[in-house]
Design a protein around this ligand. Structure first.
Ligand code: ATP
Length: 328
């Protein structure tokens, strides 16, 4: 495996604020890597450390094996697509895309030809003469992508690139971005606070919390085997069970995670609760039970009978659905 990006105990402190705090990270070449976490958890700062717009206050950063901790942004083989796209409004789409090549001194005819190739790649080949203001949000997003790709970066950094799009377009662009990344084989590092986006697009993801990485893994690893309560709670909704509840359900006296979709209502079981709420989801109904201090959500598939609020019910789950977490 070739390593594209490597952090060794990288920190970026702003006075007392530990925006990034001793982060170790390895991103494989050709990966679609997502950085997921709540607002303020340090994702964007990590991305800026890779691009070189931010300098670490500690640790070292390597890109394809080379220590770039002191290398300015334009000498790193890395480009960024920003959330606001940062297109030049007075330039047409072709010149926006060709801009990086112009800066490098490429002749006009050659750079326009390259720009057209990139526009074809993002399915905007007839839009070269338009100004950014004459495009839809999704089209502007693709121009920003073409403008970054024209520089042939080995690593493309994307900072919430779909954040400005409505849900439908966002989902369509997720598929397009994923397909494009697979076709080009470029390493993508993608920042998002949207767990669905991270789970569905990434090969591998890091979950950030307060400047540190709470867990790194494949989407399935992070979802099925969350390392901490924070991850269980942030990535998808989960029943986070305190040690005494885990023990009552037949596990060890430790914190555990149990996904609602793996939990069913049952006639009998070691623990019973009172139905406090029903949430219709379309594909089924989520039933919230209260057992002592703990809330447990179970899924009742569509078409099956639902309990009344206030009723008492037990619940059941497959033994391997109960995931015991570390002490954290
Ligand atoms: P969001 O999803 O809201 O963009 P994020 O996870 O990308 O959040 P960062 O932008 O990396 O978070 O910020 C991490 C922390 O560092 C925040 O507390 C932020 O206020 C702080 N921070 C970022 N840049 C600076 C700066 N230039 N000066 C001081 N504090 C900063």
């Amino acid at each position: 495996m070739t390593v594209a990006v490597e952090f060794q105990s990288v920190s970026r402190h702003f006075g007392p604020v530990k925006a990034v705090d001793s982060v170790d990270l390895t991103i494989a070449e050709g990966a679609f890597f997502a950085m997921l976490g709540p607002s303020g958890s340090g994702k964007t700062t990590c991305l800026r450390l890779i691009s070189g717009f931010e300098q670490p206050t500690g640790g070292s950063i390597r890109i394809f094996g080379e220590d770039v901790s002191r290398t300015p942004p334009h000498l790193r083989n890395v480009n960024t697509v920003f959330q606001d796209y940062a297109l030049f409004p007075h330039m047409n789409v072709r010149d926006n895309v060709a801009y990086g090549l112009m800066v490098k001194g490429m002749a006009k005819a050659a750079r326009h030809a390259r720009a057209e190739e990139m526009l074809a790649l993002v399915k905007l080949d007839r839009y070269g003469d338009r100004k950014p203001g004459q495009l839809s949000g999704g089209q502007r997003q693709r121009v920003a992508l073409a403008r970054a790709l024209v520089n042939e970066p080995r690593v493309l950094l994307l900072d919430e690139p779909l954040g400005a799009l409505d849900l439908k377009l966002r989902e369509a662009m997720q598929d397009e971005l994923k397909a494009l990344q697979q076709r080009l084989g470029i390493t993508f590092v993608f920042v998002t606070h949207d767990q669905h986006e991270a789970l569905s697009m990434a090969d591998s993801l890091a979950v950030f919390n307060e400047g540190r990485i709470a867990q790194i893994g494949t989407p399935a690893e992070v979802y099925d085997r969350p390392a901490t309560r924070f991850v269980a709670d942030f990535v998808g909704s989960s029943n986070v069970l305190p040690p005494e509840m885990t023990r009552a359900l037949g596990g060890p006296a430790q914190w555990a995670s149990l996904r609602p979709e793996n939990t069913r209502l049952a006639e009998t079981g070691p623990v019973t609760g009172t139905v406090t709420a029903l949430r219709y989801l379309g594909s089924g109904t989520r039933v919230i039970l209260r057992a002592g201090e703990t809330e447990i959500a179970a899924l009742v598939p569509a078409g099956q009978p639902l309990p009344e609020p206030g009723a008492t019910s037990a619940f059941a789950f497959a033994p391997d659905a109960l995931h015991v977490m570390g002490g954290a």
